[in-house]
Design a protein around this ligand. Sequence first.
Ligand code: NDP
Length: 482
Amino acid sequence: MISIRNLINGGLVDAISGSRGESVNPATGLVHADFPDSGAEDVDRAVGAAVEAFPTWRDRPVRERAALLRSLADLIDANTDRLARLESEDQGKTLAQATEIEIPRAAANFRYFAGAIEAFSGEMHQMDSQAINYTLRRARGVAGCISPWNLPLYLLTWKIAPALATGNTVVAKPSEVTPVTAGILGELAVEAGFPPGVLNLVHGFGGTVGQRIVEHPDVPTITFTGSTATGQAISRIAGPMFKRVSLELGGKNPVIVCEDADLDDAMDDIVRSAFANQGEICLCGSRILVHRSRLAEFMERFLPRVRGLRVGDPASAESDLGAIVSREHLEKIESYVQLAVEEGGKIACGGNRTGVLPERCRNGFFYEPTVILGLPQDCRTNQEEIFGPVVSVQGFDTHAEAVTKANDVPYGLACCIYTKDLSRAHRMAARIDAGIVWINCWMVRDLRTPFGGWKASGVGREGGKDALHFFTESTNVCLNLE
Ligand code: NDP
Protein backbone atom coordinates (compact mmCIF):
# COMPACT_ATOMS: atom_id res chain seq x y z
CA MET A 1 0.00 0.00 0.00
CA ILE A 2 1.45 3.36 -1.04
CA SER A 3 0.53 6.45 0.95
CA ILE A 4 1.08 9.80 -0.68
CA ARG A 5 0.87 13.28 0.76
CA ASN A 6 0.22 16.81 -0.37
CA LEU A 7 3.12 19.16 -1.07
CA ILE A 8 2.23 22.48 0.54
CA ASN A 9 4.69 25.26 1.35
CA GLY A 10 7.64 22.90 0.92
CA GLY A 11 6.30 20.26 3.31
CA LEU A 12 4.79 16.84 2.61
CA VAL A 13 1.58 16.93 4.61
CA ASP A 14 -1.78 15.24 5.06
CA ALA A 15 -5.13 16.92 4.57
CA ILE A 16 -6.04 19.18 7.51
CA SER A 17 -9.13 17.04 8.09
CA GLY A 18 -6.99 13.88 8.17
CA SER A 19 -9.39 12.34 5.66
CA ARG A 20 -7.97 9.98 3.03
CA GLY A 21 -9.18 8.62 -0.28
CA GLU A 22 -8.23 5.34 -1.96
CA SER A 23 -6.84 4.58 -5.37
CA VAL A 24 -7.56 1.26 -7.06
CA ASN A 25 -5.13 -0.68 -9.23
CA PRO A 26 -7.33 -1.31 -12.29
CA ALA A 27 -5.45 -4.45 -13.24
CA THR A 28 -6.38 -6.17 -9.96
CA GLY A 29 -9.44 -4.25 -8.83
CA LEU A 30 -7.74 -3.83 -5.43
CA VAL A 31 -6.91 -0.66 -3.50
CA HIS A 32 -3.16 -0.09 -3.84
CA ALA A 33 -2.68 3.48 -2.63
CA ASP A 34 -4.27 6.18 -0.55
CA PHE A 35 -4.05 9.93 -0.77
CA PRO A 36 -5.13 13.00 1.22
CA ASP A 37 -8.80 13.70 0.59
CA SER A 38 -8.14 17.42 0.83
CA GLY A 39 -10.70 20.16 1.31
CA ALA A 40 -11.00 23.84 0.51
CA GLU A 41 -8.91 24.68 3.58
CA ASP A 42 -5.94 22.73 2.17
CA VAL A 43 -6.25 24.58 -1.14
CA ASP A 44 -6.37 27.88 0.75
CA ARG A 45 -3.15 27.01 2.56
CA ALA A 46 -1.48 26.06 -0.71
CA VAL A 47 -2.64 29.22 -2.45
CA GLY A 48 -1.47 31.31 0.52
CA ALA A 49 1.99 29.73 0.28
CA ALA A 50 2.07 30.20 -3.49
CA VAL A 51 1.09 33.88 -3.18
CA GLU A 52 3.86 34.45 -0.66
CA ALA A 53 6.49 32.63 -2.74
CA PHE A 54 5.54 34.37 -5.97
CA PRO A 55 7.53 37.65 -5.92
CA THR A 56 10.82 35.95 -5.03
CA TRP A 57 10.34 33.16 -7.57
CA ARG A 58 9.30 35.62 -10.29
CA ASP A 59 12.39 37.76 -9.67
CA ARG A 60 14.80 34.85 -9.51
CA PRO A 61 17.24 34.85 -12.47
CA VAL A 62 15.92 32.80 -15.36
CA ARG A 63 19.00 30.58 -15.38
CA GLU A 64 18.32 29.61 -11.75
CA ARG A 65 14.68 28.75 -12.41
CA ALA A 66 15.76 26.75 -15.46
CA ALA A 67 18.43 24.94 -13.42
CA LEU A 68 15.83 23.83 -10.88
CA LEU A 69 13.57 22.55 -13.65
CA ARG A 70 16.49 20.58 -15.07
CA SER A 71 17.30 19.14 -11.63
CA LEU A 72 13.73 17.90 -11.36
CA ALA A 73 13.98 16.38 -14.85
CA ASP A 74 17.17 14.58 -13.81
CA LEU A 75 15.45 13.19 -10.71
CA ILE A 76 12.52 11.96 -12.81
CA ASP A 77 15.00 10.22 -15.10
CA ALA A 78 16.79 8.68 -12.13
CA ASN A 79 13.45 7.34 -10.87
CA THR A 80 12.04 6.21 -14.22
CA ASP A 81 11.62 2.56 -13.30
CA ARG A 82 9.80 3.30 -10.05
CA LEU A 83 7.61 6.01 -11.56
CA ALA A 84 6.75 3.86 -14.58
CA ARG A 85 5.80 0.88 -12.41
CA LEU A 86 3.59 3.04 -10.21
CA GLU A 87 2.01 4.81 -13.19
CA SER A 88 1.17 1.45 -14.72
CA GLU A 89 -0.27 0.15 -11.44
CA ASP A 90 -2.29 3.30 -10.83
CA GLN A 91 -3.68 3.79 -14.33
CA GLY A 92 -3.72 0.35 -15.96
CA LYS A 93 -1.45 1.32 -18.85
CA THR A 94 1.21 -1.13 -19.94
CA LEU A 95 4.55 -0.85 -18.23
CA ALA A 96 6.13 -0.36 -21.66
CA GLN A 97 3.92 2.66 -22.42
CA ALA A 98 4.85 4.21 -19.07
CA THR A 99 8.56 3.37 -19.29
CA GLU A 100 9.20 4.20 -22.91
CA ILE A 101 6.85 7.12 -23.50
CA GLU A 102 5.21 8.78 -20.56
CA ILE A 103 7.80 9.08 -17.80
CA PRO A 104 10.56 10.17 -20.23
CA ARG A 105 8.12 12.76 -21.58
CA ALA A 106 7.49 14.10 -18.07
CA ALA A 107 11.23 14.73 -17.72
CA ALA A 108 11.32 16.17 -21.25
CA ASN A 109 8.56 18.64 -20.35
CA PHE A 110 10.74 20.18 -17.62
CA ARG A 111 13.85 20.18 -19.82
CA TYR A 112 12.04 21.66 -22.79
CA PHE A 113 10.56 24.57 -20.82
CA ALA A 114 13.89 25.19 -19.03
CA GLY A 115 15.42 25.76 -22.47
CA ALA A 116 12.39 27.60 -23.83
CA ILE A 117 12.40 30.22 -21.08
CA GLU A 118 16.12 30.80 -21.55
CA ALA A 119 15.51 31.39 -25.25
CA PHE A 120 12.32 33.44 -24.77
CA SER A 121 12.48 37.00 -26.05
CA GLY A 122 10.07 39.90 -26.16
CA GLU A 123 8.91 41.99 -29.10
CA MET A 124 9.95 45.44 -30.26
CA HIS A 125 7.97 47.61 -32.68
CA GLN A 126 9.59 50.72 -34.05
CA MET A 127 7.37 53.60 -35.32
CA ASP A 128 9.76 55.25 -37.79
CA SER A 129 11.74 57.82 -35.85
CA GLN A 130 8.82 58.78 -33.62
CA ALA A 131 8.74 56.06 -30.99
CA ILE A 132 9.78 52.56 -30.00
CA ASN A 133 7.46 50.04 -28.38
CA TYR A 134 8.76 47.10 -26.48
CA THR A 135 6.55 44.48 -24.90
CA LEU A 136 7.35 43.09 -21.50
CA ARG A 137 6.09 39.63 -20.55
CA ARG A 138 5.60 39.12 -16.83
CA ALA A 139 4.50 36.16 -14.75
CA ARG A 140 0.83 36.35 -13.74
CA GLY A 141 0.94 34.98 -10.17
CA VAL A 142 -0.46 31.67 -8.98
CA ALA A 143 -1.32 29.16 -11.70
CA GLY A 144 -3.96 26.52 -10.95
CA CYS A 145 -3.12 23.32 -12.87
CA ILE A 146 -5.78 20.60 -13.05
CA SER A 147 -5.07 17.37 -14.91
CA PRO A 148 -6.83 14.10 -15.82
CA TRP A 149 -6.17 10.41 -15.22
CA ASN A 150 -5.19 9.13 -18.64
CA LEU A 151 -1.56 10.31 -18.88
CA PRO A 152 -1.13 11.36 -15.25
CA LEU A 153 2.45 12.57 -14.85
CA TYR A 154 2.92 13.43 -18.52
CA LEU A 155 -0.01 15.88 -18.58
CA LEU A 156 0.51 17.28 -15.10
CA THR A 157 4.12 18.22 -15.88
CA TRP A 158 3.08 19.65 -19.27
CA LYS A 159 1.26 22.33 -17.25
CA ILE A 160 3.54 22.74 -14.25
CA ALA A 161 6.75 23.10 -16.28
CA PRO A 162 5.81 26.20 -18.34
CA ALA A 163 4.04 27.78 -15.36
CA LEU A 164 7.17 27.52 -13.20
CA ALA A 165 9.56 28.37 -16.03
CA THR A 166 7.80 31.70 -16.64
CA GLY A 167 8.03 32.65 -12.95
CA ASN A 168 4.54 31.73 -11.76
CA THR A 169 4.00 29.68 -8.65
CA VAL A 170 1.72 26.65 -8.87
CA VAL A 171 -1.13 24.96 -7.06
CA ALA A 172 -1.80 21.71 -8.91
CA LYS A 173 -4.48 19.06 -8.56
CA PRO A 174 -3.84 15.68 -10.18
CA SER A 175 -6.77 13.39 -10.87
CA GLU A 176 -7.86 11.60 -7.73
CA VAL A 177 -8.20 8.46 -9.88
CA THR A 178 -4.43 8.37 -10.51
CA PRO A 179 -2.64 10.43 -7.85
CA VAL A 180 0.43 8.30 -7.14
CA THR A 181 3.12 9.63 -9.49
CA ALA A 182 2.13 13.21 -8.63
CA GLY A 183 2.77 12.25 -5.00
CA ILE A 184 6.27 11.09 -5.96
CA LEU A 185 6.77 14.27 -7.98
CA GLY A 186 6.15 16.24 -4.79
CA GLU A 187 8.91 14.28 -3.03
CA LEU A 188 11.29 14.84 -5.96
CA ALA A 189 10.53 18.59 -6.02
CA VAL A 190 11.59 18.80 -2.37
CA GLU A 191 14.76 16.85 -3.19
CA ALA A 192 15.49 19.12 -6.17
CA GLY A 193 15.41 22.12 -3.83
CA PHE A 194 12.37 24.06 -5.01
CA PRO A 195 11.74 26.86 -2.50
CA PRO A 196 8.69 26.44 -0.23
CA GLY A 197 5.43 27.52 -1.84
CA VAL A 198 6.69 27.56 -5.43
CA LEU A 199 5.14 24.19 -6.34
CA ASN A 200 2.16 22.94 -4.34
CA LEU A 201 0.33 19.68 -5.08
CA VAL A 202 -3.06 19.20 -3.46
CA HIS A 203 -4.71 15.79 -3.80
CA GLY A 204 -8.42 15.21 -3.60
CA PHE A 205 -11.63 15.27 -5.55
CA GLY A 206 -12.58 17.58 -8.41
CA GLY A 207 -15.73 18.86 -6.77
CA THR A 208 -13.82 20.09 -3.71
CA VAL A 209 -10.11 20.66 -4.47
CA GLY A 210 -10.53 21.40 -8.21
CA GLN A 211 -13.51 23.64 -7.63
CA ARG A 212 -11.76 25.63 -4.87
CA ILE A 213 -8.70 26.21 -7.07
CA VAL A 214 -10.94 27.49 -9.85
CA GLU A 215 -12.95 29.80 -7.62
CA HIS A 216 -10.07 31.07 -5.47
CA PRO A 217 -9.69 34.82 -6.02
CA ASP A 218 -5.88 34.63 -5.73
CA VAL A 219 -5.50 32.18 -8.64
CA PRO A 220 -5.75 34.29 -11.81
CA THR A 221 -4.65 31.55 -14.23
CA ILE A 222 -6.29 28.17 -14.69
CA THR A 223 -4.99 25.47 -17.01
CA PHE A 224 -7.24 22.45 -17.23
CA THR A 225 -7.12 19.18 -19.16
CA GLY A 226 -10.11 16.89 -18.86
CA SER A 227 -13.62 16.36 -20.07
CA THR A 228 -15.68 18.91 -21.96
CA ALA A 229 -18.37 18.86 -19.23
CA THR A 230 -15.87 19.82 -16.51
CA GLY A 231 -14.37 22.43 -18.86
CA GLN A 232 -17.81 24.02 -19.16
CA ALA A 233 -18.26 24.02 -15.37
CA ILE A 234 -14.86 25.70 -14.95
CA SER A 235 -15.69 28.34 -17.59
CA ARG A 236 -18.89 29.23 -15.77
CA ILE A 237 -16.91 30.08 -12.63
CA ALA A 238 -13.75 31.53 -14.17
CA GLY A 239 -15.43 33.67 -16.86
CA PRO A 240 -17.11 36.23 -14.58
CA MET A 241 -13.89 36.43 -12.51
CA PHE A 242 -11.91 37.35 -15.67
CA LYS A 243 -9.45 34.56 -15.10
CA ARG A 244 -7.23 33.44 -17.92
CA VAL A 245 -8.24 29.88 -18.75
CA SER A 246 -6.78 27.24 -21.01
CA LEU A 247 -9.02 24.23 -21.62
CA GLU A 248 -7.76 21.03 -23.26
CA LEU A 249 -10.87 18.88 -23.61
CA GLY A 250 -12.26 15.82 -25.33
CA GLY A 251 -11.95 14.58 -28.89
CA LYS A 252 -13.61 12.38 -31.50
CA ASN A 253 -10.70 12.26 -33.88
CA PRO A 254 -11.02 11.10 -37.49
CA VAL A 255 -8.42 9.03 -39.34
CA ILE A 256 -8.83 9.49 -43.10
CA VAL A 257 -7.53 6.71 -45.32
CA CYS A 258 -7.48 7.87 -48.96
CA GLU A 259 -7.65 5.61 -51.99
CA ASP A 260 -3.88 5.81 -52.51
CA ALA A 261 -2.86 5.29 -48.86
CA ASP A 262 0.13 3.03 -48.37
CA LEU A 263 -1.45 0.54 -46.00
CA ASP A 264 1.85 -1.30 -45.51
CA ASP A 265 3.23 1.85 -43.94
CA ALA A 266 0.05 3.13 -42.34
CA MET A 267 -1.40 0.06 -40.63
CA ASP A 268 0.91 0.09 -37.58
CA ASP A 269 0.05 3.75 -36.99
CA ILE A 270 -3.68 3.29 -37.46
CA VAL A 271 -3.81 0.38 -35.02
CA ARG A 272 -1.74 2.32 -32.49
CA SER A 273 -3.79 5.48 -32.92
CA ALA A 274 -6.96 3.53 -32.17
CA PHE A 275 -5.81 1.43 -29.23
CA ALA A 276 -2.70 2.92 -27.60
CA ASN A 277 -3.21 3.22 -23.85
CA GLN A 278 -6.53 1.31 -24.31
CA GLY A 279 -7.80 4.22 -26.43
CA GLU A 280 -7.54 6.47 -23.37
CA ILE A 281 -5.59 9.23 -25.09
CA CYS A 282 -7.38 12.39 -26.18
CA LEU A 283 -5.52 12.17 -29.52
CA CYS A 284 -6.59 8.60 -30.32
CA GLY A 285 -8.32 8.15 -33.66
CA SER A 286 -11.79 6.86 -32.88
CA ARG A 287 -13.44 7.26 -36.31
CA ILE A 288 -11.68 5.65 -39.23
CA LEU A 289 -12.91 6.98 -42.58
CA VAL A 290 -11.81 4.83 -45.51
CA HIS A 291 -12.21 5.53 -49.24
CA ARG A 292 -14.84 3.07 -50.39
CA SER A 293 -12.56 1.66 -53.10
CA ARG A 294 -10.20 0.39 -50.34
CA LEU A 295 -12.72 -0.39 -47.61
CA ALA A 296 -12.83 -4.16 -48.10
CA GLU A 297 -9.06 -4.42 -48.34
CA PHE A 298 -8.67 -2.17 -45.32
CA MET A 299 -10.91 -4.36 -43.19
CA GLU A 300 -9.14 -7.51 -44.40
CA ARG A 301 -5.88 -6.10 -43.13
CA PHE A 302 -7.10 -4.15 -40.10
CA LEU A 303 -9.23 -6.78 -38.37
CA PRO A 304 -6.54 -9.49 -38.05
CA ARG A 305 -4.19 -6.87 -36.64
CA VAL A 306 -6.77 -5.82 -34.05
CA ARG A 307 -7.63 -9.42 -33.18
CA GLY A 308 -3.91 -10.05 -32.71
CA LEU A 309 -3.57 -7.40 -30.00
CA ARG A 310 -3.08 -8.96 -26.59
CA VAL A 311 -5.09 -7.56 -23.70
CA GLY A 312 -3.36 -8.58 -20.50
CA ASP A 313 -1.45 -7.84 -17.33
CA PRO A 314 -0.04 -4.31 -17.76
CA ALA A 315 3.17 -5.47 -16.11
CA SER A 316 3.78 -8.09 -18.82
CA ALA A 317 5.92 -7.26 -21.82
CA GLU A 318 3.55 -9.48 -23.83
CA SER A 319 0.55 -7.16 -23.35
CA ASP A 320 -0.37 -4.60 -26.01
CA LEU A 321 -3.31 -3.24 -24.02
CA GLY A 322 -3.54 -3.07 -20.24
CA ALA A 323 -6.55 -2.39 -18.02
CA ILE A 324 -9.27 0.26 -18.33
CA VAL A 325 -8.72 2.91 -15.68
CA SER A 326 -11.73 2.15 -13.46
CA ARG A 327 -14.85 0.03 -13.14
CA GLU A 328 -17.02 3.10 -13.87
CA HIS A 329 -15.11 3.84 -17.05
CA LEU A 330 -15.28 0.20 -18.15
CA GLU A 331 -19.06 0.31 -17.67
CA LYS A 332 -19.24 3.53 -19.68
CA ILE A 333 -17.32 1.91 -22.56
CA GLU A 334 -19.58 -1.14 -22.43
CA SER A 335 -22.67 1.03 -22.49
CA TYR A 336 -21.42 2.77 -25.64
CA VAL A 337 -20.82 -0.54 -27.40
CA GLN A 338 -24.35 -1.57 -26.43
CA LEU A 339 -25.61 1.75 -27.77
CA ALA A 340 -23.71 1.21 -31.02
CA VAL A 341 -25.57 -2.07 -31.53
CA GLU A 342 -28.90 -0.37 -30.78
CA GLU A 343 -27.98 2.29 -33.33
CA GLY A 344 -27.54 -0.37 -36.02
CA GLY A 345 -23.81 -0.96 -35.74
CA LYS A 346 -22.20 -4.34 -36.34
CA ILE A 347 -19.40 -5.41 -34.05
CA ALA A 348 -16.67 -6.63 -36.39
CA CYS A 349 -14.41 -7.65 -33.53
CA GLY A 350 -14.15 -7.25 -29.77
CA GLY A 351 -17.06 -6.11 -27.64
CA ASN A 352 -16.25 -8.19 -24.55
CA ARG A 353 -14.59 -7.91 -21.16
CA THR A 354 -11.70 -10.26 -21.56
CA GLY A 355 -7.97 -10.72 -21.84
CA VAL A 356 -5.15 -13.18 -21.37
CA LEU A 357 -5.18 -12.73 -17.64
CA PRO A 358 -3.09 -14.19 -14.83
CA GLU A 359 -4.80 -15.01 -11.56
CA ARG A 360 -3.96 -11.66 -9.95
CA CYS A 361 -5.85 -9.83 -12.73
CA ARG A 362 -9.07 -11.83 -12.51
CA ASN A 363 -10.95 -8.90 -10.95
CA GLY A 364 -9.35 -6.25 -13.11
CA PHE A 365 -11.07 -4.03 -15.68
CA PHE A 366 -10.16 -5.34 -19.12
CA TYR A 367 -11.88 -4.80 -22.45
CA GLU A 368 -11.15 -6.12 -25.92
CA PRO A 369 -10.19 -3.74 -28.72
CA THR A 370 -13.46 -3.26 -30.54
CA VAL A 371 -14.27 -2.31 -34.13
CA ILE A 372 -17.78 -1.25 -35.17
CA LEU A 373 -19.10 -1.01 -38.71
CA GLY A 374 -22.21 0.31 -40.37
CA LEU A 375 -23.02 3.27 -38.15
CA PRO A 376 -24.43 6.48 -39.60
CA GLN A 377 -22.44 9.68 -39.19
CA ASP A 378 -24.97 11.38 -36.95
CA CYS A 379 -25.50 8.61 -34.38
CA ARG A 380 -24.31 9.13 -30.81
CA THR A 381 -21.58 6.50 -31.12
CA ASN A 382 -20.02 8.51 -33.94
CA GLN A 383 -20.57 11.87 -32.26
CA GLU A 384 -19.70 11.37 -28.57
CA GLU A 385 -16.34 10.69 -26.99
CA ILE A 386 -16.02 7.12 -25.69
CA PHE A 387 -12.37 7.33 -24.61
CA GLY A 388 -11.76 3.59 -24.74
CA PRO A 389 -10.59 0.84 -27.12
CA VAL A 390 -13.51 1.32 -29.50
CA VAL A 391 -13.37 2.59 -33.09
CA SER A 392 -15.96 2.85 -35.80
CA VAL A 393 -15.14 2.46 -39.48
CA GLN A 394 -17.07 4.35 -42.15
CA GLY A 395 -16.67 4.63 -45.92
CA PHE A 396 -16.48 7.75 -48.07
CA ASP A 397 -16.64 8.35 -51.81
CA THR A 398 -15.07 11.78 -52.30
CA HIS A 399 -12.47 13.77 -50.44
CA ALA A 400 -15.00 16.50 -49.84
CA GLU A 401 -17.22 13.94 -48.11
CA ALA A 402 -14.29 12.75 -45.99
CA VAL A 403 -13.60 16.31 -44.84
CA THR A 404 -17.30 16.91 -44.13
CA LYS A 405 -17.53 13.73 -42.05
CA ALA A 406 -14.26 14.51 -40.28
CA ASN A 407 -15.59 17.93 -39.24
CA ASP A 408 -19.17 16.90 -38.52
CA VAL A 409 -18.77 16.29 -34.76
CA PRO A 410 -18.80 18.70 -31.82
CA TYR A 411 -15.05 18.17 -31.31
CA GLY A 412 -11.96 19.32 -33.20
CA LEU A 413 -8.79 18.08 -31.56
CA ALA A 414 -6.78 15.99 -34.04
CA CYS A 415 -7.00 14.28 -37.42
CA CYS A 416 -4.79 11.89 -39.41
CA ILE A 417 -4.70 11.75 -43.20
CA TYR A 418 -3.09 8.82 -45.00
CA THR A 419 -2.33 9.39 -48.69
CA LYS A 420 0.60 9.38 -51.11
CA ASP A 421 -0.69 12.56 -52.76
CA LEU A 422 0.83 15.26 -50.59
CA SER A 423 -0.80 18.12 -52.48
CA ARG A 424 -4.17 16.61 -51.66
CA ALA A 425 -3.09 16.08 -48.06
CA HIS A 426 -2.21 19.79 -47.73
CA ARG A 427 -5.52 20.83 -49.28
CA MET A 428 -7.46 18.56 -46.92
CA ALA A 429 -5.42 19.64 -43.87
CA ALA A 430 -6.37 23.26 -44.54
CA ARG A 431 -10.06 22.31 -44.36
CA ILE A 432 -10.01 20.15 -41.25
CA ASP A 433 -11.35 21.99 -38.19
CA ALA A 434 -8.89 20.59 -35.68
CA GLY A 435 -5.91 21.81 -33.73
CA ILE A 436 -3.59 19.12 -35.09
CA VAL A 437 -3.48 17.36 -38.45
CA TRP A 438 -0.99 14.55 -38.93
CA ILE A 439 -0.17 13.50 -42.49
CA ASN A 440 0.99 9.90 -42.78
CA CYS A 441 1.79 9.70 -39.07
CA TRP A 442 0.21 9.82 -35.62
CA MET A 443 1.37 11.19 -32.27
CA VAL A 444 4.55 12.73 -33.62
CA ARG A 445 4.91 15.58 -31.15
CA ASP A 446 7.27 18.54 -31.29
CA LEU A 447 6.96 20.40 -28.00
CA ARG A 448 7.46 23.75 -29.77
CA THR A 449 4.21 23.45 -31.73
CA PRO A 450 0.82 24.79 -30.60
CA PHE A 451 -1.31 22.09 -28.96
CA GLY A 452 -5.04 22.36 -28.43
CA GLY A 453 -8.46 21.96 -29.96
CA TRP A 454 -11.24 23.64 -31.88
CA LYS A 455 -14.90 23.69 -30.82
CA ALA A 456 -15.74 21.46 -27.83
CA SER A 457 -12.12 20.24 -27.75
CA GLY A 458 -10.98 23.32 -25.97
CA VAL A 459 -9.99 26.93 -25.72
CA GLY A 460 -6.44 28.20 -26.08
CA ARG A 461 -3.19 26.49 -26.97
CA GLU A 462 -0.43 24.94 -24.92
CA GLY A 463 3.13 24.10 -25.93
CA GLY A 464 6.00 26.21 -27.22
CA LYS A 465 5.56 29.96 -27.29
CA ASP A 466 1.81 29.64 -26.73
CA ALA A 467 2.43 28.26 -23.26
CA LEU A 468 4.97 30.97 -22.47
CA HIS A 469 2.45 33.59 -23.58
CA PHE A 470 -0.41 31.95 -21.70
CA PHE A 471 1.44 32.06 -18.39
CA THR A 472 2.64 35.65 -18.84
CA GLU A 473 0.91 39.01 -19.07
CA SER A 474 2.09 41.62 -21.53
CA THR A 475 2.82 45.27 -20.86
CA ASN A 476 3.62 47.38 -23.89
CA VAL A 477 6.01 50.22 -23.14
CA CYS A 478 6.08 53.08 -25.65
CA LEU A 479 9.10 55.38 -25.65
CA ASN A 480 8.88 58.76 -27.39
CA LEU A 481 11.97 59.35 -29.51
CA GLU A 482 11.22 62.92 -30.58
P1 NDP B 1 -12.51 15.10 -15.79
O1 NDP B 1 -13.01 16.33 -16.43
O2 NDP B 1 -13.47 14.24 -15.09
O3 NDP B 1 -11.38 15.43 -14.73
C1 NDP B 1 -10.22 16.17 -15.04
C2 NDP B 1 -9.69 16.81 -13.78
O4 NDP B 1 -10.61 17.81 -13.33
C3 NDP B 1 -9.54 15.83 -12.63
O5 NDP B 1 -8.42 16.19 -11.86
C4 NDP B 1 -10.84 16.05 -11.88
O6 NDP B 1 -10.78 15.65 -10.54
C5 NDP B 1 -10.98 17.54 -11.99
N1 NDP B 1 -12.33 18.04 -11.76
C6 NDP B 1 -13.51 17.36 -11.78
N2 NDP B 1 -14.55 18.20 -11.50
C7 NDP B 1 -14.01 19.42 -11.29
C8 NDP B 1 -14.56 20.70 -10.98
N3 NDP B 1 -15.86 20.89 -10.81
N4 NDP B 1 -13.72 21.76 -10.87
C9 NDP B 1 -12.40 21.60 -11.05
N5 NDP B 1 -11.82 20.41 -11.34
C10 NDP B 1 -12.61 19.33 -11.47
O7 NDP B 1 -11.73 14.29 -16.93
P2 NDP B 1 -11.10 12.84 -16.82
O8 NDP B 1 -10.15 12.80 -15.66
O9 NDP B 1 -12.22 11.86 -16.91
O10 NDP B 1 -10.20 12.77 -18.13
C11 NDP B 1 -10.65 12.30 -19.35
C12 NDP B 1 -10.99 13.45 -20.27
O11 NDP B 1 -9.85 14.27 -20.47
C13 NDP B 1 -11.42 13.00 -21.65
O12 NDP B 1 -12.54 13.75 -22.05
C14 NDP B 1 -10.23 13.36 -22.51
O13 NDP B 1 -10.55 13.60 -23.86
C15 NDP B 1 -9.74 14.59 -21.85
N6 NDP B 1 -8.35 14.82 -22.22
C16 NDP B 1 -8.05 15.87 -23.05
C17 NDP B 1 -6.76 16.09 -23.46
C18 NDP B 1 -6.40 17.24 -24.35
O14 NDP B 1 -5.24 17.60 -24.37
N7 NDP B 1 -7.33 17.85 -25.05
C19 NDP B 1 -5.66 15.20 -23.04
C20 NDP B 1 -6.09 14.16 -22.15
C21 NDP B 1 -7.39 13.98 -21.77
P3 NDP B 1 -11.34 14.17 -10.17
O15 NDP B 1 -10.45 13.21 -10.84
O16 NDP B 1 -11.25 14.14 -8.71
O17 NDP B 1 -12.76 14.12 -10.68
